[in-house]
Design a protein around this ligand. Structure first.
Ligand code: G6P
Length: 632
């Protein structure tokens, strides 16, 4: 949802900005630009399209400016064209900004500025911020007391000794409602860079005489592993001599330098053609790491250190609410089955975007679990805040260490599956399900199940990574299945019980990257409407693994076959009975039904991946999507 990067240091800024933008491209990729500080002026170059398009219009060789801003955009306000691309300069040409987030009161601010005679070039909310900063910068000390909020007097007077640029940024941001991560330059202050954060992530990498401000550590790790994570309403002023942090109300804040936890190797392709494929194949290792030090087969225990002190409350919980978006929501629905069936705790899974607006009932004994790969999804964050306001204990299941949701929740469990770059989520899903499974097993062990049963689940869970490796060996076979159905534009994905959310996830994967219309359903629901869609040759993917509903799903398979549909079946290894019903068969190793989602999803990820590649799509950067959705 837009990536920003800014550099101030001794090196040539442009290649560093471009490299950083490439690492952030997963956050949005419909237009891109850079602003470079050059002899007291700010030069802006921007274009619609990807970073490669930006590179083609840059004059790289003769460029030795050492301070600059970069941006890769996921459009919210205004089309993804050259004019709306960032950086945005203000009407005076002195200020340039890059922005990630949404300025909610931009229309009011824009009208006010226009009435003040300020002109606009683009349709974006960001240009409003640039112009507002420019306005306060221009009027500073000129005896003006006007402001959009009507506040005047001391509010509009710069404290003696404060830098004018810094004051103008603070003054403007106090008028802004909404979310932002900003990188800001002022032509009159060539050795200064300002960053500000509210609701969108912003990290300052601190190197040896150089600083990189970015939305994500991925753009920083190549240069330094030490960083300052800004909190909401904080800003950082950077110059060659160092940096300091304040609130936008000009109160000094002391921040600790922290170590960035991931390395460059984790975000390289490592011989794979796409990040998504690499991440699919990484799953055995990623899940082993996720379980490392947590699943103790010998002592028949699961330890989740991050939430240890909440186990008492969880064990006694009368209700769990799981809230999340997208793929994380599907993991949440798997969790609902696990908590109800294993731990016997009533559980509901809610789309975060719905939960936050429907006046949720949170009683004593309700614990909320928020799931998010990025830890930055705006709807999930708002749901967390809503639940906390109502007094719930909120626990996070998050991948990105130090992310906003990780810091906003009372406590949590990190996935530890490593950075996920591919926009279509894969290893984060299995990581989320692994964490939910660990939690459900431990809660059921503490609540009611026998030691033997708990120990069986713990042992079976520890065997999941090896079983995933065996499924991955079928990648070429799955590719052939994708190939033989490539001309089909409507697919169904069907599963029952805990494999129903896997069917939802399989359909989402196919839609996201191959742009094929797909619907995921609980298999028995098909006869209540979607069966009308089935025509000769239409692919229907069934998850028909061993479990209590196996016989029932065979009935659903027969219904599809009777209408000419083509059945692609995911079944348990060694099940020869099912061959007669399958046009295409994919097998998974046997596992207890409740642990199957970590296995059954793997062939569906591969199916979507191969279909997208065969259709010639850019798998890691599907159209219209962004990895981290920081707008509502
Ligand atoms: C976006 C991504 C999805 C992801 C969802 C939730 O829509 O494209 O892949 O599942 O956001 O993201 P989160 O980071 O909160 O898990």
């Amino acid at each position: 949802m837009c990536g920003i990067v800014a550099y101030l240091g001794k090196k040539t800024a442009q290649p560093i900005l471009i490299e950083g933008l490439k690492r952030l491209e997963y956050r949005g990729y419909d237009s891109a630009g850079v602003a470079l500080m050059s002899d007291g002026t700010i030069k802006v170059k921007k274009t619609s399209g990807r970073i490669s398009a930006l590179e083609s219009i840059l004059d790289l060789p003769n460029n030795n400016e050492t301070t600059g801003l970069g941006h890769t955009r996921w459009a919210t306000h205004g089309q993804p064209n050259q004019v709306n691309a960032h950086p945005h300069a203000d009407y005076t040409g002195k200020i340039a900004v890059v922005h990630n987030g949404i300025i909610e009161n931009y229309a009011t601010l824009k009208t006010w500025l226009q009435n003040e005679g300020v002109t606009f070039a683009s349709e974006t909310d960001t240009e409003v911020a640039a112009n507002l900063i420019g306005y306060f910068y221009e009027k500073c000390g000129a005896g003006e007391s006007a402001s959009p909020s009507g506040k005047g007097g001391d509010e509009n007077k710069k404290p003696a000794g404060q830098n004018r640029f810094e004051w103008a940024v603070q003054r403007a941001l106090r008028e802004v409602h909404g979310t932002y991560g900003f990188g800001i330059l002022c032509a009159d202050c060539p050795g200064m860079l300002i960053g500000a954060k509210k609701g969108s992530p912003l990290i300052l990498g601190v190197g040896d005489g150089e600083y990189i401000l970015a939305s994500d550590a991925a753009a920083i790790v190549e240069h330094t592993t030490r960083a300052v994570y800004l909190a909401d309403n904080e800003m950082v002023t950077v110059s060659a001599g160092g940096f300091y942090t304040k609130t936008i109300n000009n109160v000094a804040v002391t921040k600790q330098l922290q170590d960035i936890e991931f390395s460059l190797e984790q975000i390289e392709l490592d011989g794979f053609t796409h990040h998504m494929l690499k991440e699919i194949f990484e799953q055995p290792k990623a899940l082993s790491t996720c379980m490392g030090g947590r699943v103790d087969v010998n002592n028949n225990k699961i330890r989740l250190g991050g939430i240890e002190e909440y186990f008492r409350e969880l064990t006694r919980a009368r209700r769990l609410i799981i809230t999340a978006c997208g793929t994380a929501f599907h993991a949440g629905v798997v969790g609902e089955f696990l908590f109800e069936q294993l731990a016997r705790i009533p559980t509901e899974t809610e789309y975060a975007s719905e939960f936050r607006y429907r006046n949720p009932i949170i009683e004593d004994g309700t614990v909320v679990l928020a799931i998010s790969q990025s830890g930055e999804t705006a709807d999930t964050l708002a749901a967390v805040e809503q639940a906390k306001e109502r007094g719930a204990t909120v626990l996070g299941i998050v991948n990105v260490v130090g992310s906003t949701i990780a810091r906003t929740t009372d406590a949590g469990v990190y996935l530890h599956v490593g950075p996920e770059i591919g926009v279509a989520s894969t290893k984060a899903f299995t990581g989320q399900v692994t964490v939910l499974t660990m939690l459900a097993i431990e809660l059921s062990r503490r609540r009611h199940i026998s030691t033997d049963e708990a120990s069986r689940y713990i042992r079976e869970l520890s065997e999941i990574p090896d079983k995933i490796s065996r499924i991955l060996e079928q990648s070429e076979h799955i590719k052939k299945i994708a190939e033989s159905n490539l001309d089909k534009n409507n697919w169904l994905f069907l599963g029952r019980g805990v494999n129903y959310p896997v069917a939802l996830e399989g359909a989402l994967k196919l839609k996201e990257i191959s742009y094929i219309h797909a619907e995921g359903l609980p298999a028995a629901e098909m006869k209540h409407g979607p069966i009308a869609l089935i025509v000769d040759g239409m692919p229907a993917v069934f998850i028909a693994t061993a479990g209590p509903q196996y016989e029932k799903i065979i009935g659903n398979i027969m219904e599809v076959r009777a209408r000419g549909g083509k059945t692609i079946i995911v079944a348990t290894e060694g099940n020869d009975h099912i061959r007669q019903y399958a046009d295409c068969l994919i097998t998974i190793p046997d596992a207890p039904e409740l642990l199957q989602p970590m296995l059954t999803v793997i062939p569906l990820q591969l199916l979507a991946y191969h279909a997208a590649v065969l259709r010639g799509h850019d798998v890691d950067k599907p159209r219209n999507l962004a990895k981290s959705v920081t707008v509502e």
